[in-house]
Design a protein around this ligand. Sequence first.
Ligand SMILES: *Cc1c(COP(=O)(O)O)cnc(C)c1O
Length: 379
Amino acid sequence: MVTQNSMKDSLIAFAQSRLERLEAQSLRRSLHPSARLENSMVVRGDKRLISFSDNDYLSLSQDPRVKEAAAHAALTYGAGAGASRLITGDNPLNAALEEHLAAKKGCEAALIFGSGYLANISTIPVLMRPGDLIVMDELAHNCMHMGARLSGAEIALFRHNDVADAASKLAQPATRKLLLTETVFSMDGDLAPLQDLAVLCEAQGAWLMSDDAHGLGIVETPNPAHIQMGTLSKAAGAYGGYICGPRALIDLLINRGRGLIFTTGLPPATLAAGLKALEIMAAEPKRRSRAMAHTAQFCKALGLPQPQSTIVPVIFGAAQAALDAAKALEDEGFLVTAIRPPTVPKDTARLRISFCTDHDEADVERLAQAVLKLRRRAA
Ligand SMILES: *Cc1c(COP(=O)(O)O)cnc(C)c1O
């Protein structure tokens, strides 16, 4: 006889067996309540740690002017947007942000989405359908992969930053073609050869779309991509995704982008924080040079090449080795999260170390010495 709880028991058994498998591979993850404070300080339980794991590269999430702008918008307009943007949720701060972003990126128009993830999974399926071809860098972010899958188009991956391989993948016939890459790769910190990819796309009849999540505010060279996606959740210290491109594309996304139409607009406080952060980013280039100087200081101490962004991977290979390294750094007062598959490819588990404006040179030096010690031990 079927008891009333047998399917609930089966659900629990399913979840537990999946979790046990992850545990056995050192791939089980868990949440750690983390109170982020000024100067890259994070309080976790009874520990105070200096974080080198944030994407808040310009330390703008903690800037008093950004916090003030968020508070003021909440007090003026309320805590939430109240509806989707196409109903009543299109707070005027959206248009102000879009204008700023379009001008910054040299594009006709921009469109704010709830997050970068939503921007990618909403935009790619508007452009591509079965019979079309998406060619993407193998290291492109999960939300580009998911957007590509949702579109139903044929997907071909090319070797990381390998333009010749991208060319061979683009050569197959298709109704429409789209090439996807990141401007700054999120887990490696290296840059895509965007100019070469743009030439290739022109020659092979493909649109070029770049994900600038880790480039905004950090790598400010002109971007030739036809579709420029990004987020306000990294160097802008706030939240919200965007697409910049031609006006007609933006109008089409307003009409067809599922993750714009069927979701609520961003809270006014979030929009105001993003806008203030972009203004500060433009007015204070020193913030960027400080973050880059900290990255360069670390790379020099470790004997690594000059960094291209604020992200430095230190690869350990095995997931457990990366976890052990993170634990050792925690014992020295640093928060550097181990990044494991599936976020990075198999056997490339790493410490992904990121540098911010408000880090202190002495702390960067101490971290470098601690990482050197770990590397010597692992060798
Ligand atoms: C973080 C990230 C996203 C998602 O942005 P959110 O606004 O945090 O959803 C997309 N692409 C890349 C490369 C990212 O690193």
